[in-house]
Design a protein around this ligand. Sequence first.
Ligand SMILES: [Ca+2]
Ligand SMILES: [Ca+2]
Length: 467
Amino acid sequence: MKYIHRTIYLTLINILWGSYIWAGSLESSTEGWLAVSPVKMQRVTHAEGAPVAAVTEGEACLELRSPTGGTWETLVVQRGWTEKIKQFEVLSFDLFVPQNALPAEGWAKIIVRLYGGSGADVQFDLHKEIVLDLKQNKSYPVEWSYVTHSAFNPDCDWAHLEIVKIASDGEMSPIYIDHIELKQAPALEGDDAFLSDGSWKLIWEDDFVGDKGGEPPAHWALGAQWNDDGTWRDATLSREEAYLDGEGHLVLRTRYVDGKRLAPYLVTSEDGTIPDEKSITFGPGEHGIFIEWRVNVSEFKAHAAWFALWLYSITPYKEDASLGSEIDVMEYVPFQNETRSLMDKFNAAIHISVDGKGSVGPVSRYGHTKFDSSQWHTWGLHWTRDLQVFYLDGRPYWENTLHVSPTEDHGLRMTIEIANGDPQDGERNLWGHPVGKFEDNPPSRLPSFVYVDYVRVFKKMPAAQTK
Ligand SMILES: [Ca+2]
Ligand SMILES: [Ca+2]
């Protein structure tokens, strides 16, 4: 996790409020939507002229007429749903645009905009695009899991929704909206049993077999050489802090010795400092790949340190997933004080820029998925050219279609990084947690250890090569 952005802390109160869905049916009122001049907004029934397909719940829907057309035009804004937006995770509604309102050629889109912040400060501005089919009269079921955008902040003071139209040409008027819902994301179903269906092949593996105290295999290089002085953030990087335990595990240790914060940072590729012929990289290929780590972080407790299992391309931050990305399969930031604990949560994310543009994470708030840190777990990534599904112990917990990179140049990483809290900012680390200084950890937390049982990479074979 070279890129890391600061987040603010969350209470569980919103999640625990209880209700799982909030629905707007537009039956008795326009429910707080405000038309942006010169748009004409009204609640209409089929009898009053709404197309049959436009009314998807009850008798009435919202009609938006705006004859100006063409360039970006905000149709309506909803400013009254801040608490609901903070409480829920997914926005859905049905959109209907008559084909005769669309341009004959070119393109047309509806954009749902969700932006919010505190005071005058806009903290996030997220867009969901619905590309309209110019050749059909059809209804679009819109489903937007807005909380997967890492920029979304449920601690905001205000959040506004807007519906925007934009097209290469034509009026795009009228459009219809009905059956608006705010809800929790559904739990994902399924498991990783498909790996043993005969179509998947183990193509790369490290089981960390070897003598006690032995070095990890040479394909694990010391990364983060971009500083050229053996340090990264507040750590002195050391391959000696990674060694085999003689029982089939790799040990990753971090400790404070002679004024140095020692940490291992193991990679199979780097952004230029490891020659291509010595790099081992992966990508989704034609049919998909599955990468799995089995890891135990029960003795990794040092505040100001974090551990990550991740993938990193040669050019991850071009703001264009087709050129590469950072894929954080698991990031663990141990921290605990009187009011907060991260000891039972981990983070996952996709990043395609250093400033957070295009960052996405799981539906669980701030990407903090719960787990039992006292046990062994497997973290898995099923990655095709347009989908990434993240697994914990063989069960999917995050399905991502945003910024999925198709490139084959993503190397594997197992890293411990150290970043002390900033004394000018309440001893907070890069994530906003008041972790203090690594060297102030008590002996119960230093040294800290991560144990890795294996790393396995499976590839889906073309049908002709499977039986
Ligand atoms: Ca309705
Ligand atoms: Ca092993």
